[in-house]
Design a protein around this ligand. Sequence first.
Ligand SMILES: Nc1ncnc2c1ncn2[C@@H]1O[C@H](COP(=O)(O)OP(=O)(O)O)[C@@H](O)[C@H]1O
Ligand SMILES: [Mg+2]
Length: 377
Amino acid sequence: MKDILAIIIDKDPTANEVIKQILDDNSKIKETKQFLKLEDGYDFSSTNKPDLIFIDIEYGEDLTFDIISKIKKENKNCKIVLLSRKAEAKLLIKSKKAGSDRLLLKPVLKNDFDDILTKLINEINYKSDNINTKIISVFSNKGGVGKTTISTNLAIQIYEMTQNPTVIVDFNSQFGDVSTFLDVKTDFGISYLLSHKEQINKDFLFSILPRYKDTELFVLSDIFYLNDVKELSLEDVQDIIDALKSTFSYIIIDMTNVYDLKTMKILDNSNDILFPFVANMPNLRNCLRCLNFFKKLGYEDKKVKLILNRVTESDEIKSDTIELTLNKKLYARLKNDYYIVMSAINRGVGISDIDEKSDIANSFQNLAYSLIKDEEE
Ligand SMILES: Nc1ncnc2c1ncn2[C@@H]1O[C@H](COP(=O)(O)OP(=O)(O)O)[C@@H](O)[C@H]1O
Ligand SMILES: [Mg+2]
């Protein structure tokens, strides 16, 4: 266990003092420094690298977020809690993007605060030598429902928001759809990893896997033109997942349409299964069958998340009918936007690069945010 240094940056002396008192009551916090001025808190943080930082948004959104991203860049392992009187989705997303780890509503209530504090202290102690990986697979036994579109754009958004090493795995085909969607060139794929199992660590993976742009979002796919691509065994699949878990915070998997033992192994390993479908009868029937099947496998209801894709105003089957028929809430709805989705694919970039303000880009941000948030609860 680490002795934790905390700082509070809040220009309201009373609020500042309330937080100080709660921190003082916690035996894991060794020392707490208080600042009323944003610059003073930032200067202290640059030199002393505190573990835990509480920062109020009253200095103005732009300035506060700017300082948060600076702090996070200089001190990647610190935990930042944003203090705010409101918790709108837009603000939450912006604060995540800037690099804050939690949002705490003011006025601060001791019970809420203690909950958050316990989790943060655990993360501070845990993060230093272990990664808490989240595996999200995007699965459907139907083709053309948006699996690759969703997995690639989700991976981009999750990486953008968390800035944590993320990998997208193309278990989908030997035709490298993910690599095309993200415009990366794969020299070493799944088979290469399997033949170098002993060497696998962070440096190795970072050096052989292609990155999306200059980020720490990596792509792992099969390479179809190699003659030696062999059928993966169940053990191979598990080995790959385990190897990736030691390095990446998020593993996003674009799955095949085939439901077999390998698919089952991946789904078993996943924290979340995103199930995309479109609003027509064959898709709905299929969805119902799959949901029943997942239930039989013993998957928790919340593990399987329905994504209604390609939604249009003129859809004959409306979302509420779908929810009634499937007896399950939709986790997300993505608008049909042929132009934006196609240009993103053609240019090998994320949807948000084409039009960050579009509905569909927004939906992906919200989807990424709710998946990240789920894990915190
Ligand atoms: N929300 C959407 N709006 C418009 N077109 C979409 C949307 N989602 C997917 N598409 C299109 O549908 C096609 C199939 O999508 P894809 O992600 O490749 O599906 P899958 O991986 O399930 O086969 C692609 O051409 C893609 O451009
Ligand atoms: Mg696909």
